[in-house]
Design a protein around this ligand. Sequence first.
Ligand SMILES: NC(=O)c1ccc[n+]([C@@H]2O[C@H](COP(=O)([O-])OP(=O)(O)OC[C@H]3O[C@@H](n4cnc5c(N)ncnc54)[C@H](OP(=O)(O)O)[C@@H]3O)[C@@H](O)[C@H]2O)c1
Length: 265
Amino acid sequence: MEVNNKTIWVTGASSGIGMELCKQLAERGARMVLSARSKDTLIALAESLPGGLGRHWVVPLDLADADNLLDAVAAQLAEIGPVHVLINNGGISQRSLFVDTELSVYRQLMEVNYLGTVAMTKALLPSMIAQQQGMIVSISSVAGKVGSKLRTGYSGSKYAVVGFMDCLRAETAQQGIQCLTVCPGSIKTNIAVNALNGSGEAQNKDDESIINGMPVEQCVQDIIKAMLKDQDEIVVGKGISALAPTIKRFFPRLFNRMSARMEYR
Ligand SMILES: NC(=O)c1ccc[n+]([C@@H]2O[C@H](COP(=O)([O-])OP(=O)(O)OC[C@H]3O[C@@H](n4cnc5c(N)ncnc54)[C@H](OP(=O)(O)O)[C@@H]3O)[C@@H](O)[C@H]2O)c1
């Protein structure tokens, strides 16, 4: 799908991959709808994009509040007009062993990463189907394709996103809807700093894998390339984090042994 003059709604627009998506897509002529919880950051970002706040929209929302997302989005749609692309990007990670992690952390990860994605899609897909064109992009993760230590809740929520997108693609293929699942490996953003520990607090420190990860600008270039080519699913990243799904697919026992030995953060 071409992005020039399209209206593209991005969740998690206040940081990392989402913020860079807004910058690069706006440069290509898209009208952006920016969502996350950090309203001031979203306003500053919208002002800095080509055309500023006169062309782009800020819609603060909390993905953990799925019950209210439908009404919140519907209230904006009348003003914004048709949305052509939804990018379900907002999310939160985890760095804690299963035995150390409270049940509430699993609920939070599923609510933000999975139910938030489902609710936003529910809010925006019907109008795309009515137009017989549209695109849903969901940012899952390599952790949605393979398992590694410290991510039982995060991986569960990201596997759920992959399954959701596979089913949605099958259901909407005849209605002009493209469904792209993006599985990033380690990308240099604040994801590790914001990742939850076993009690549900941000770990507030970076990880080696993220510090040495792919620059976010390059990750976003790859995502946009996949959007333009109407691809179904891509893995984006470098090194072991990007190779992991292929190793697991062809050598599953080898991968599982590697994963059990690795102290990958
Ligand atoms: N970086 C990586 O290595 C990597 C790898 C695989 C997958 N991913 C996925 O990529 C996506 C973007 O992450 P990132 O790397 O850009 O991390 P990031 O820099 O921490 O950004 C996360 C974004 O999600 C938003 N968010 C978090 N909780 C939210 C909530 N309850 N409601 C609304 N928005 C919320 C944050 O905004 P507010 O705090 O303002 O709400 C922020 O804009 C996530 O889905 C992540 O799982 C990242």
